[in-house]
Ligand binder design. Structure first.
Ligand code: MG
Length: 352
């Protein structure tokens, strides 16, 4: 990158442009530190001495949107990133950057969002920090939420089931790179809801329907699937959506992924709104969904358990990992096949 280049909105949009920024510009300053799951792995969280650690800043615009707010989003984002490694989230640290002029009533609503999501997750803020900056373009406030978690019995059971069927597996965590050919890909519910809800609030669009964000902590649902066992990879398809998450798996695990378009759950109103706006719902971020890579032997049982939860009631097996090719291919509704590439960035700006 030349000295004259500047940061653009695409550098925070969760696609190929952001990935290049992190890998070529940021990582060289921090990589190379020996740890269990380190920065180079670029998974959802890191593991140091058995402690799972994650930090996430939230700058969603606007701070209130149908189905949620920046506080609820901050808790869900951090709790979910810890839980998808197979860990049990334990506590949170919350840092506020408040903009001069913010209404106390708005701050109160954000605090209520944090409290509500913390109560649901059973994971609470135990430390934090508050700063104020001059009136500008912050849009009210920015929330940083960090958190940590630890191993659980459910994770040990899950990995024991994986090892029963897969002798070469030695992973101690549920990581993106663990996916192998034959593993089933499960999506825990409908996609596009969060991005479209935020977009409707940004643009004052109504889409003539009731589109609300799916933002929610998923640690209880995740614990239930670990108790079944056989989960090798999990990820929350946030910025860049399903397209970005599947391509990350394919890259890191060096395996192809074949997806059936027909099987991807999308609400009809989301599909219509995306068509109207010229947006691909597979590239839109979600905040209350996960994808799971599960060994073939337990995939049906994992699906059944997911579907019995309120968070995962629309879960479906959407495809499988394969060694026939080395990319993400999607079998279209009409029977053709197209390559699903990493999006340049999420089509909706500042969704988290
Ligand atoms: Mg994540």
């Amino acid at each position: 990158m030349s000295k004259k280049e500047r940061i653009t909105m695409a550098h925070g949009a969760g696609g190929a442009v952001m990935s290049k920024l992190i890998k070529t510009f940021i990582l060289p300053y921090f990589g190379g530190f020996e740890t269990e799951v380190g920065l180079e792995v670029l998974d959802d969280a890191a593991v140091v001495d058995g402690i799972v650690f994650k930090s996430d800043s939230h700058a969603v615009k606007p701070i209130f949107f149908p189905g949620g707010d920046i506080g609820r989003l901050a808790v869900a984002g951090t709790v979910n990133d810890i839980a998808v490694l197979g860990a049990e989230p334990l506590a949170l640290a919350c840092g506020f950057v408040l903009e001069e002029g913010l209404l106390f009533d708005d701050l109160r609503r954000v605090l209520e969002g944090i409290k509500g999501a913390s109560d649901e997750a059973g994971v609470f803020v135990v430390t934090g920090d508050t700063k104020v900056v001059e009136k500008g373009s912050l849009g009210g406030l920015v929330v940083n939420m960090s958190g940590f978690g630890k191993r659980s019995r459910a994770l040990d059971h899950n990995l024991a089931i994986v090892r029963k069927y897969r002798s070469e597996s030695s992973s101690r965590w549920v990581l993106d790179r663990n996916l192998r050919k034959g593993d089933k890909i499960i999506l825990s519910g409908t996609i596009g809801d969060h991005g479209l809800a935020v977009l409707s609030a940004q643009e004052g669009l109504s889409f003539g329907s009731n589109i609300v964000s799916d933002v929610r902590p998923l640690n209880h649902m995740i614990k239930k699937v670990l108790e079944v066992g056989g989960v090798v990879s999990m990820k929350d398809p946030t910025r860049g959506g399903l397209a970005n998450a599947l391509n990350e798996w394919s890259d890191k695990a060096k395996v192809g992924i074949s997806v059936e378009e027909n099987e991807i759950p999308i609400r009809e109103d989301i599909r219509v709104a995306c068509e109207m706006l010229g947006i691909d719902p597979l590239e839109v971020g979600n905040e209350g969904k996960i994808i799971l890579g599960v060994i073939e032997e337990t995939a049906e049982e994992v699906l059944e358990v997911l579907r019995a939860t309120k968070e995962g009631k629309s879960a479906k097996i959407i495809g499988k990992a394969t060694d026939e090719f080395n990319l993400v291919a999607i079998k279209t509704v009409v029977g053709g096949r197209r390559i699903l590439t990493t999006p340049v960035g999420d089509p909706v700006p500042r969704i988290c």
